[in-house]
Design a protein around this ligand. Structure first.
Ligand code: URA
Length: 240
């Protein structure tokens, strides 16, 4: 594997940022400074960035699931309900949901055994966009109300960050959030007088649900996992 890819997979930075880090002479391979991002790093020689050892990236699995209603998105449920983890057959792999969807929300949720990636994808700092389709009561929604959703709605835990909001057809909204508070879409829509009847997530960062059927799952390709890592990679200049 090329050195830049090795660093990106290890979660050091995005691929492009990793190339930059290498060119800057901050990376050593087996103790020698390497400035060519295409140098082979097969794990046999220790890699360090700014003197700090980098753990070799293992083959991590990320699954995309189209969550049906009634399935909970925690790894375990104390009430014996069906969990999202049970939908994926991956023997020997301990999978964790990336963030949460309410039990009655359907759509795109990711599962992974890469705890570090899962944490970064849900950390507010990286602002990974998530897109939802919400069917609301009392449609159509006025433009002035859509503007409130875009500019920020006062909720009991503070004003929401700028969001994408458009009406696809009367009473059906496409909303894109870069934060992920509990029941946020439902609370935002209720705050503008249009409670949610039905909610589905259709995109998470660079990934779209596409035509994957409800209850179906698919494992992401290495290229898709890389795009996901890039969406939640620390900036190049920040060590660690
Ligand atoms: N917002 C909600 O209100 N519920 C979800 O499940 C996800 C986002």
């Amino acid at each position: 594997m090329r050195l830049a890819k090795f660093l990106a997979h290890a979660g050091v930075a995005s691929r492009r940022a990793a190339e930059e880090i290498v060119r800057e002479g901050r990376v050593t391979l087996g103790g020698d400074i390497v400035t060519d991002p295409a140098r082979e790093a097969d794990g046999s020689l220790e890699v360090r960035v700014d003197g700090k050892p980098v753990r070799a990236p293992e083959e991590r699995a990320v699954w995309l699931v189209n969550k049906p209603p009634g399935v909970v998105s925690t790894a375990k449920d104390t009430h014996g309900r069906r969990t999202i983890v049970q939908l994926v057959h991956a023997p020997g792999t301990r999978l964790y949901p990336v963030g949460r969807l309410d039990a009655d929300t359907t759509g795109l949720i990711l599962l992974t055994d890469d705890g570090d990636l899962a944490n970064r994808l849900t950390h507010p700092r990286y602002e990974v966009p998530k897109t939802y389709i919400a069917e609301v009561e009392h449609g159509p929604v006025r433009e002035s109300s859509l503007r409130r959703l875009r500019e920020g709605v006062e909720l009991d835990d503070g004003v929401t960050a700028p969001a994408g909001a458009r009406q696809i057809r009367a009473g059906v909204l496409e909303l894109t959030l870069r934060e992920g508070r509990k029941r946020q879409i439902k609370r935002m829509c209720a705050a503008i007088g249009h409670p949610v009847k039905k909610l589905s997530r259709v995109a998470f960062g660079p990934l779209r649900l596409g035509d994957l059927g409800e209850g179906h799952v698919r494992r992401l390709s290495p290229a898709e996992v890389q795009r996901l890592r890039d969406a939640a990679a620390p900036p190049a200049r920040e060590p660690g």
